[in-house]
Design a binder for this molecule. Structure first.
Ligand code: ASP
Ligand code: MG
Length: 422
């Protein structure tokens, strides 16, 4: 069985959905399970719906209308019959979402977020599955929440692998052997039947979970780029495609922030040796990138990962003690509590520096906790460039020219440069 994943950009409008149908039609004789994300930037929109709901903002109604009209407009283009049952289905889903936001807010932010944001995936898969049927592409719509079991760590839920594998192999597999399956990325459910999500951009990871549990022959992530590139083509005119990568290299690149593959995606595939293809949905016959087990797939291409909007936090102990085990333990406890991930860290005798993504809410929360034991300084609006496979290569000077390097860290795998632009 093959697992395909289509992200938001591949289903951003009616024309893109027709293109996906064309691709899937060419695999009609294969066994395929298709994982699909929310359309275009719908997840961002639903994040603002969550925010407006929780904070009682007046724009809640207009955000909800934006959500429903976006999907209705796409359906109007895909289905010529105004009485097609899809319109009723979409209306029901929108109503369900609306009802969620009628309640009084008494739950935790992260819980509410998952209940609301998951509608992006539910509605997109419903539309696409129905459209495929209308085009004669037989498929079954499956609710991923019945198969992906997680803990209750809302917005960043961890998968319960044994239960998930059991239910997928006993209940989903026989089903998927017979017909193409269309399901959602990103979402699952906890023990109390509440919807959970696996973290932003988590649909790649969902594809890997299904692949692992079904012992799939391969996973293909369909992107708007030719494959995994050695730099973001939008920022780097000379970006080149990488033909092959080993699993370990792909894990490292994702870990350092290459946004092409969600970081958690590779581990399950590596553990079962399931190859991952990254291909262009615009040129489906081109080979793309393959990620496979074995050093022979290693690339030695220099790779550039750019992260904007970074914050440098410098901590100094208040009692002149060294930044040693106890202090580090305290720092990491606070980071974990507020779900803040560190991109680069560096410590010296009396100070500790860390580079994190800017997030006002999270930074203010960790700031409050850290000031008990540390003097803290925060520098915003920085840029982090991580250069992979840098050893023995020339670093293009325009990456840093005219700017100030606030932190530099080099290992045999990667060179991190934290840059303040003037
Ligand atoms: N729709 C979710 C997001 O945008 C999941 C995904 O696209 O992978 O984060
Ligand atoms: Mg997405």
């Amino acid at each position: 069985m093959k697992i395909f994943k289509f992200g938001g950009a591949s289903v951003k409008d009616a024309e893109s959905i027709r293109n996906v149908a064309k691709i899937l039609n060419s695999y009609a004789s294969d066994k395929v399970l298709v994982v699909i994300s929310a359309m275009a930037k719908t997840t961002n929109l639903l994040e603002t719906v969550t925010d407006s709901f929780i904070n009682n903002k007046a724009d809640l109604v207009s955000k909800m209308n934006e959500f429903s009209s976006f999907h209705f407009n796409i359906c109007n283009e895909l289905f010529s019959d105004p009485n097609h049952p899809i319109f009723n289905d979409i209306e029901n889903l929108c109503l369900e979402l609306e009802c969620l936001t009628e309640k009084e807010v008494k739950d935790d932010y992260d819980f509410v977020y998952d209940q609301i944001v998951s509608f992006g995936e539910l509605i997109s898969t419903k539309i696409i599955s129905t459209y495929l049927l209308s085009q004669g592409i037989k498929n079954k719509w499956v609710d991923a929440r019945n198969f992906i079991f997680t803990n209750s760590n809302f917005r960043e839920a961890s998968v319960n692998w044994s239960e998930t594998e059991h239910i997928i192999s006993t209940k989903l597999k026989p089903f998927a052997e017979k017909s193409m399956v269309i399901t959602q990325g990103f979402i699952g459910k906890d023990r109390n039947n509440a919807t959970t999500t696996l973290g932003r951009e988590g649909s790649d990871y969902s594809a890997a979970i299904f692949a692992w549990c079904l012992n799939a022959e391969s996973v293909t992530i369909w992107k708007d780029v030719a494959g995994v590139m050695n730099a973001d083509p939008k920022k780097f005119a000379n970006a080149e495609k990488i033909d092959s990568l080993s699993f370990d290299q792909a894990i490292e690149l994702a870990y350092y922030g290459a946004s092409v593959i969600h970081p958690k995606t590779i581990q399950p595939l590596k553990s079962k040796g399931i190859p991952l293809h990254v291909k262009s949905f615009l040129n489906p016959s081109e080979s793309g990138t393959v990620v496979k087990e074995g050093n022979e797939f290693n690339t030695d291409k220099i790779c550039f990962i750019f992260k904007e909007n970074q914050t440098l936090i410098t901590l100094k102990t208040r009692d002149f003690s060294f930044v040693a085990e106890n202090n580090l333990q305290e720092i990491f406890r606070i980071l974990a509590t507020h779900k803040v991930r560190v991109n680069v860290m560096q410590n010296s005798a009396i100070s500790f520096k860390m580079v994190v993504d800017f997030n006002e809410r999270k930074l203010s929360n960790i700031g409050k906790d850290l000031t008990h034991s540390f003097e803290t300084k925060q520098t915003n609006n920085l840029r982090l460039v991580s250069i992979y496979n840098h050893v023995g290569k020339e670093i293009p000077s325009d990456i840093t020219s005219g700017s100030k390097i606030l932190l530099e860290q080099k290992t045999d795998r990667v060179l991190h440069l934290l840059i303040a632009d003037n």
